[in-house]
Design a protein around this ligand. Structure first.
Ligand code: ATP
Length: 335
C-alpha cells in the first residue's frame, strides 16, 4: 500500500530523515514511535504530502506520489489540532466533506452516526464547537477526518490532549474502526503504551533513522539495541552496570522490572544488594525504587511482597540470568 525507498528530508544542511525504506501492506496498522525530534511527524507529513521529499521515493497504492498534492493522495490525516467550522453544528462539521463528495442523505447520516458514536459524541451533534470542551472539540476534529473513509488514515498524536481514561477508550475504538473498515493506518506517537497496544508493527525512530521494525512482541522480547529495549515497556527496562555477573567495561545488563525478584529463582541468579528508597503502590503491583551504587533500579512486585519491605532498608534482588539482556554500548549482545 505504501512504499518508502531511501526517503530523506533535509532542511538546508540538516538531515532530519536519513534514507528510510519501509513497506506497509494494505490493512496494516503501523505505529511510528520515537522521542521528541526523532522525525516521526516529518515522515508522516512527507507521506501525506504536507512536506516535500528531498531524496528517494514515496509511492501509495503502486503510484509514485513525490510530487502529488495531499488532496490527490487518497488519504485522511487526523491531527491533534484540527480547525473546525465555528458556525456549523457538530453534525454539519462531520457531514461537510461528505456533502461535497455528493453522498446521499442517508449515507451521510449513517456515516456520521457511526463515527460520532466511536468518538462518543453522538449526544452532541446539535451543538456548535463553542459549546464543547477542548477534548470534545478535538474528538470532533478526529471524527471529521475519519468520516471520509478513504481507506488510508494518517494519525499524528490524535489523543495527546485527552485525559488518560478517554485516551484508553479511544485507542480501542480507533483500532476497531481500522479493523472494521479494513483500512491501512499509520499512527505517530511518542507514547510507548499506545504503540504497543495499537500496532501490528512498530517502527522505532531515533535521530531520523529506523532503529528497529517489528511486532510489539518482537520488539519487547528481542530488541536489537539498548535504545529500543529502553524505549518500549512501562516501567522501562533497568540498565545495570558495575560489579555484577561478568560484565566487561562498556557492558550493561538490561532487566525488565517484572523480572526482578526478592528471593532466589535458581542456581545462577544475578544478585544485587541494594538500598530500597521508595515504594510506589499502583494497585495491582508495586514499584520498588532501589539504589545500587548510585543506579536507580525499579522492581515491579506483587503488592503483598512489597508491603513486607521498609523504605530505607537494604534489600537483596534476584534476577534469573536468562531474563537479563546484555548490551555493549547501544548493541545487544548474544545471550
Ligand atoms: N522547518 C524546519 N526547519 C528546520 N528543522 C526542522 C523543521 N521542522 C522540523 N525540524 C526538525 O526536524 C526534526 C524532526 O522533527 P519532527 O517534528 O518530525 O519530530 P517528532 O519526532 O515528530 O517530534 P515530536 O514528538 O516532538 O513532535 C527536529 O529536530 C526538528 O527540530
Amino acid at each position: 500500500m505504501i512504499e518508502l525507498s531511501n526517503v530523506g528530508k533535509a532542511y538546508g544542511k540538516i538531515e532530519v530523515i536519513k534514507s528510510i525504506s519501509l513497506s506497509i501492506a494494505k490493512g496494516e496498522f503501523v505505529v511510528l514511535v520515537g522521542p521528541s525530534g526523532s522525525g516521526k511527524s516529518t515522515l508522516l507529513r512527507m507521506i501525506a504530502g504536507l512536506e516535500g521529499i528531498t531524496s528517494g521515493d514515496c509511492s501509495i497504492a503502486g503510484k509514485r506520489v513525490n510530487n502529488l498534492p495531499p488532496k490527490e493522495r487518497g488519504l485522511a490525516m487526523v491531527f491533534q489540532n484540527y480547525a473546525l467550522y465555528p458556525h456549523m453544528t457538530v453534525f454539519d462539521n462531520l457531514a461537510f466533506a461528505l456533502r461535497v463528495q455528493g453522498l446521499s442523505k442517508n449515507e451521510i447520516k449513517e456515516r456520521v452516526a457511526r463515527v460520532s458514536a466511536i468518538v462518543q459524541l453522538d449526544q452532541y451533534l446539535d451543538r456548535k464547537p463553542s459549546q464543547l470542551s477542548g477534548g470534545q472539540r478535538q474528538r470532533v476534529a478526529m471524527a471529521r477526518a475519519m468520516v471520509r473513509d478513504t481507506g488510508l488514515f494518517l494519525f499524528d498524536e490524535p489523543l495527546s490532549n485527552l485525559d488518560a481514561k478517554l485516551r484508553g477508550q479511544m485507542r480501542v475504538e480507533i483500532r476497531k474502526l481500522h479493523d472494521n473498515l479494513g483500512a491501512t493506518s499509520i499512527y505517530v506517537t511518542h507514547d510507548q503504551t499506545e504503540a504497543m497496544t495499537l500496532a501490528d508493527r512498530i517502527v522505532v525512530l531515533d535521530k531520523g533513522n529506523i532503529e528497529q521494525v517489528g511486532t510489539p512482541h518482537e520488539l519487547y522480547e528481542d530488541p536489537r539495541t539498548r535504545f529500543v529495549a529502553g524505549f518500549l515497556g512501562s516501567p522501562s527496562m533497568n540498565f545495570i552496570d558495575g560489579d555484577i555477573g561478568n560484565l566487561q567495561a562498556n557492558e550493561a545488563y538490561g532487566v525488565r522490572p517484572e523480572n526482578i525478584k526478592l528471593s532466589p529463582t535458581g542456581e545462577d541468579d544475578l544478585k544485587i544488594m541494594s538500598r530500597l528508597e521508595l515504594i510506589e503502590y499502583l494497585g495491582s503491583s508495586a514499584l520498588c525504587h532501589c539504589n545500587f551504587h548510585g543506579q536507580n533500579i525499579v522492581a515491579q512486585l506483587p503488592p503483598a511482597e512489597a508491603s513486607a519491605l521498609q523504605a530505607g532498608g537494604d534489600v537483596e534482588l534476584y534476577i534469573a540470568r536468562d531474563t537479563a539482556m546484555k548490551f555493549n554500548g547501544n548493541q545487544r549482545l548474544a545471550a
